[in-house]
Design a protein around this ligand. Structure first.
Ligand code: AMO
Length: 437
């Protein structure tokens, strides 16, 4: 018999079914034993009357097991208004213990005071906590909404290699790995391959996959491996087209999340899912600097001129809220020296790219790309990358549509949506000091 999930039980009233799950709680009363069972969709009560002769074997089995063990039961689904958990109870006729649990190292229902590192060491127990399980389910719904939007808009999903032969985009922040008798690198972005797909004529592509960064940063928003939500599309006129597509994509993803989890997010994470409206506000970097100076007396440090830093991102959120009543802000006109060589520049050298800041943290870099071979070679030379990117430059020699795209840090998106840190957000966090589990 196929397992019925807790959220499907209401469709099986008075039926004999098979139910499997974790033993959440056992309440052993004088006349009756209540066992709360749990699966990823919720909890349900199983009731065993002690006076019933036929139940003696079931009670014996239940007396041998601990909470957090898993069992499989053959049972009848009964409607009973007196039962607080959804007005349904399971009346078992057979119980099979499928896995016996040892004592847990901590109570995952009460994580206050449990060290985050201990939680991450036992991540599979940590995720049994309702809130932590929700993080996974909400992120899945967010990507579902964004994927749906892209499929509807004729994007093709691709999967590019993560083992690559040359240190890609910038030469920095890449992990080197041994590759038989040679060296390889872990991809720091699918950038070159998504552009290659357009040179192949695929028009519109996206990829959701692992991205590796050898950054020794211990912050609330950096990981050494994270999930990139990357896309690239052809025949654009300007990076305005790229920003516009990103607005639609985020609205689609957030709308899907709000519909399914809006109330739960308010209740459990204490934060509102706000669906932004188009267009998101945009500011040029130098205007933003001016505003930060005038309003908050903040000046970007010398070495960050032409770029942003963490504090500037926080202030950008304030400005977005106060000036535009928005949680988002696009920042444009970064210095070309601070940005990758593949971003297009206009005839005055102004960079045709942007970053998107949400709730005070950068979630995206995007741009129109330089697709003209000669100019691209020039830009790569300027950054001293010509040899590293030799194979990439080839993509632009045999016809390549004008195009642009962006990369969203998915973990950051989920983290900001729910008001968490990246360690709490990633399914399995990877940072400078964590390679396990
Ligand atoms: P960038 O390097 O800005 O751009 O990365 C894109 C987005 O990825 C997220 N991100 C991170 N998330 C967690 N931990 C990190 N260490 C980390 N580093 C970056 C951020 C960032 O905005 N190829 C370009 C994208 C493009 O232009 O299409 C790129 O990789 O949210």
């Amino acid at each position: 018999m196929k397992k019925v999930y807790v959220n499907e039980l209401k469709n099986h009233i008075d039926e004999e079914i098979s139910f499997s799950g974790f033993v959440d709680t056992i309440r052993d009363k004088k006349w009756v034993m209540f066992v709360i069972l749990r699966d990823s969709t919720g909890k349900v009560q199983m009731t065993i009357e002690k006076s019933d002769e036929n139940n003696q074997k079931l009670l014996e089995i239940m007396s041998t097991i601990s909470v957090e063990s898993t069992i499989k039961v053959k049972c009848k689904v009964v409607s009973n208004e007196a039962v607080k958990l959804g007005g349904i109870e399971l009346i078992p006729s057979e119980i099979e213990v499928t896995s016996l649990a040892l004592n847990l190292p901590f109570d995952y229902n009460n994580l206050d005071g449990v060290n985050l590192d201990t939680r991450l060491d036992y991540r599979w127990l940590d995720i049994r906590n309702e809130k932590n399980m929700l993080v996974r389910q909400i992120e899945s719904t967010l990507t579902e909404g964004m994927r749906e939007f892209l499929y509807k808009n004729n994007f093709t999903e691709i999967h590019s290699p993560k083992l690559i032969g040359t240190a890609s985009e910038s030469g920095s922040s890449v992990f080197e790995v041994k590759y038989f008798n040679d060296k390889a690198y872990l991809a720091q972005s699918p950038q070159f391959y998504k552009q290659m797909a357009l040179a192949a004529g695929l028009d519109r592509v996206f990829e959701v996959g692992p991205v590796f960064r050898a950054e020794n940063s211990n912050t609330n928003r950096h990981a050494t491996e994270f999930t990139g939500f990357d896309l690239e599309f052809s025949y654009i006129d300007s990076y305005e087209d790229v920003m516009s597509l990103e607005e639609d994509l985020l609205i689609a993803g957030l709308t899907k999340v709000k519909e399914k989890y809006g109330e739960k997010i308010k209740e459990i994470f204490g934060t509102e899912v706000v669906i932004p409206t188009k267009p998101f506000p945009r500011m040029k970097l130098k205007d933003l600097y001016q505003e930060m100076h005038d309003k908050y007396g903040f000046d970007i440090p010398e070495h960050d001129i032409g770029d942003m830093n963490a504090e500037a991102e926080k202030l950008t959120f304030k400005i977005a809220q106060e000036k535009f009543n928005s949680e988002f802000m696009f920042i444009t006109d970064y210095a070309a020296t601070k940005r990758p060589f593949y971003h297009m520049r206009d005839e005055n050298g102004v960079l045709q790219g942007y970053d998107l800041i949400w709730r005070g943290t950068e979630i995206t870099s995007g741009a129109q790309r330089e697709h003209r071979y000669e100019k691209l070679v020039e830009n790569a030379n300027e950054k001293g990358l010509k040899d590293d990117v030799k194979f990439y430059l080839q993509f632009f020699k045999y016809g390549c549509p004008p195009h642009g795209g962006f990369g969203i840090g998915l973990d950051r998106l989920t983290m900001l949506l729910l008001g968490l840190t990246i360690k709490e957000t990633q399914f399995i966090f990877r940072g400078p000091n964590r390679l396990n589990p």
